[in-house]
Design a protein around this ligand. Sequence first.
Ligand SMILES: [Zn+2]
Ligand SMILES: [Zn+2]
Length: 510
Amino acid sequence: MAAATGVALTLAPVSFNRARADAAVTGATTTGDGQETRVVTGRLETGAADFVYIPVRIPAGVQRIAVEYSYDRPTVPAGTPGNSCDVGIFDERGIKLDGKGFRGWSGGFRTSFEISNGEATPGYLPGPIKPGTWHVVLGPYQVAPQGMNYTVQITLTYGPSGPAFTPDHPPKRAKGRGRAWYRGDGHLHTVHSDGRRTPAEVAAGARAAGLDFMVSTDHNTSSSHGVWGQYAGEDLLIITGEEITTRNGHWLALGLPAGEWIDWRYRSRDDVFGRFARKVRGAGGLVVPAHPYCPYVACQWKFGYDDADLVEVWNGPWTYDDESAVDTWDGMLGEAVRKGRRWIPAMGNSDAHSDPQVIGLPHNVVYADDLTTDAVVGGLRAGRSWIAESRTVQLAFTAGGNGRRADIGGTLTARADAPIDVRLDVQGVPGGTVRFVTDEGQMHQESLPSSGSGSVVWRTTTSLAAYVRAEVRHPMADGSPGKGNTMGPNLMWGPMAALTNPIFLRRSGS
Ligand SMILES: [Zn+2]
Ligand SMILES: [Zn+2]
């Protein structure tokens, strides 16, 4: 049977037969309360397919499907991946890539789930249980050298279906302040994927962090979209999205229409990512490669940036993989200038899943026409944003000269030799180090006082700099400001406190 793209394996179908209730069928049990159970056992070896599909023939009259699964975890030597297996389900509409059949995914976070017309385990979509061939999908993303023995138990409950689930989508507008800077975290998880926070707790955390907006990005499912309405408000815009978790990196689809789901079943070499990127962009959303250098299995970004609208260069508390992401992004700015093509703005998000991960560490401060989904998405797409470690950090970054001024994400055009003053006003980073970085690298460094507030001005020209961007770093662990333009065995900088998108400096016709 043809399955989704990439390597997939489809097993023999599992059948139920309520009428016969044939206890002689291996693994079949029937109880008196209208339930029927089948147990499937199997074994996967190292080199197993990315996705293993178990067809399940659902008869008429089923009101609930319940699935439990487990697998063994043999001891492996340090450095060798142990067994790890995800799970999800597709309904009678099939398993075709980008098809209609998706009904839920819980990755490796849960060992069981249930679906009925009126409700479902978080991560799964409530709705009709129609007869036909459904598929439980296993995603054995790590298989130990000893192999993986698994058991999947499927229980059907018969009876009339209950009332339908009514989705409560969040409004696409909150009470803003007109054209202004708005703070928001674009990467957040809940119990609808592998977070331990409920949607109510995430919304409360966003408010506590002083955010104006947040984006819901559970892994590989749209199931949370239907619950956010009650947690949004005049003071908090909740934008729907998804984190698409492939075997070759994760990406964020931000500003997806509520209820829209994006498939994740492909690798970089399958060459279908562009199709999904276009789908997201066509629906008004943003395509954002996430934590591109995260060292976890399957987390490193291998799809390139041709189809990216932004790149998440700062994910959670500052770590060395973020330094790599900023370097890659900075390299792409110079390339965009040379080729005269679209540049890719940076964003930063918390990717917070559970306590003690901090919602809003970091977040984006976006200049938007209003506090609406479209305006926030537009501001991010245009790079009119900077990244803050917390709401304590405030800054303004401008370039002025020739009687003109440009802000973050903008372009200042001037004669080749006309003086341009680049100015950063910052608050909230005691003893911080301000860096101005251009296509030549770091061109200016200055320390902030212990109050954390200060203004830094540096003069350049359009002949010397094609763009300029600012970083504000915390001091190094030893209290020093950082090593400037030097080289050595240690990290050169303390953790990031703020990072701006660039201002471009363009030479006027000479
Ligand atoms: Zn991720
Ligand atoms: Zn994430």
